[in-house]
Design a binder for this molecule. Sequence first.
Ligand SMILES: [Zn+2]
Ligand SMILES: [Zn+2]
Length: 211
Amino acid sequence: MLDMHVHSTYSDGSATIDDIARKAKELGLKAVAVVDHSVELYFGLTEAKAKQRQIEIDNASSLYGVKIYSGIECSIDGAGEIILPDFDFEFVIASIHEFVYGRNYYERILRCIEKNEIDVIGHPFSKLFGFDDNIPEMDRKLVDMAEQLGIAIELNSSHRSPSDSFLELCRDRKLIYSIGSDAHDLSKIGDVGWSVEKAKRYMTRAKLFSP
Ligand SMILES: [Zn+2]
Ligand SMILES: [Zn+2]
């Protein structure tokens, strides 16, 4: 089991890198990914913080003998853009963190994946941001694009997204999917049961994301 979406004290998480590594070791996780928020949020990961975090990741990784990926979660703005600090991350998650609905939601994501080098679409259609109006024709378009471009769809256990109606369209498609708890504290790390269950059911021909 792995957890590809965890926040640390380098953004709005309460667990340190050392805490995360120790917990991953205790749980026997194959890998854990620290993906702090980017600089569009005032507490986000600046270039300087990313460098410092990398030192801690390397140390904790060898101390505990666990694989820790160095990632980032960027918010997708109204134009489909993201802001990436100047740092060589192992992968990039792009997510919508605003109350956006209907076609606007899809257009943001589609613009983002066409224009930017991102690896994972984070918690698509999260109900925590009020999304409750999937458009089947746009769902299909997004699945097509993700398949074509090789961009992973995240199954996020905190947001419990995407919904079953969307996941139904993922069946038998050659997609990539990622699994994440979106933990902001130690207790939630590795809490990915929801994602694993949905993956088994719907990601029948998909591959698990690996940076
Ligand atoms: Zn997010
Ligand atoms: Zn997150």
